[in-house]
Write a protein that binds this ligand. Structure first.
Ligand SMILES: N[C@@H](CCC(=O)N[C@@H](CS)C(=O)NCC(=O)O)C(=O)O
Length: 231
């Protein structure tokens, strides 16, 4: 079976892997699974009901989820040291950044932006509760206000004000994951810090169409919801 990528175009979790497969030059077939992730057929393959997933016979269960795990698997399989360094020190920085992005930054980005993107939030959060619209906005703002301190970790510790995560001269999977995540901050009230704007441009210019093409789906969706909000 050729590599199949199940994805949702407006999602930055999905954008990460869509950028990666293009940057790595991997032949693949993309399927837009909008409306299918909670259906029995998808859940029987991947009970998490989430995207992105890749399908290939080489995997123990024929399918793998989680954007970073997918990029780690494919980059390792392809021997792409440039995208996922084998040097342990460099790899440690890439892994550290990715785990920080997924577990610390992304939940805040989601709470700050999902209400404006019309994305479903997570159970137990104020945005998905019976709280008033005012309380929901207070919670959204609290998440947004916590972002600058978390974002500051990247230039201070991962060197994103000057170069790429992992210290090489080209983007790694951690840069792909972070730059994609930052795309959603276009709907936040707080402007992106200067380093982050330059950083997205640096990653995009290094990866070219591999970045721009999947990014255009996310940016197009953002433009659409922003247009609807002012209309
Ligand atoms: N940590 C996961 C997050 C995956 C995730 O939350 N995917 C969402 C899209 S952003 C999804 O597929 N939700 C199911 C749906 O919307 O039907 C990753 O990085 O891949």
């Amino acid at each position: 079976m050729a590599l199949k990528l199940n994805m949702l175009p407006p999602s930055v979790n999905n954008m990460s892997v869509r950028v990666f497969v293009r940057a790595a030059g991997l032949p693949h077939e993309e399927e837009n699974v909008w409306g299918q992730t909670q259906a029995d057929e998808y859940l029987s393959k991947y009970p998490a009901g989430l995207t992105p997933t890749i399908e290939t016979d080489e995997l123990p269960k024929g399918i793998l989820g989680e954007s970073c795990a997918i990029m780690m698997y494919l980059a390792s399989r392809e021997g792409r040291d440039d995208l996922y360094p084998t040097d342990l020190g460099r790899r440690a920085m890439v892994d550290g950044a990715n785990f920080f992005t997924l577990s610390i930054l992304y939940p805040l980005v989601a709470r700050a932006t999902y209400p404006r993107l019309s994305f479903a939030g997570y159970p137990g959060e104020v945005a998905t509760s019976e709280a008033s619209d005012e309380d929901k906005e207070t919670a959204r703002k609290a998440a947004e206000q916590a972002l600058p301190a978390r974002l500051d970790v990247y230039p201070k510790f991962y060197g994103t004000d000057k170069g790429f995560i992992g210290g090489g001269d080209s983007p790694t999977i951690a840069d792909i994951r972070l730059a994609a995540t930052l795309e959603f901050l276009a709907v936040a009230d707080t402007p992106l810090p200067g380093w982050a704007k330059d950083y997205i441009e640096r990653v995009e210019s290094a990866l070219g169409e591999a970045y721009s093409e999947p990014a255009s789906d996310v940016r197009g969706y953002i433009a659409q919801v922003q247009g609807a909000a002012v209309a």
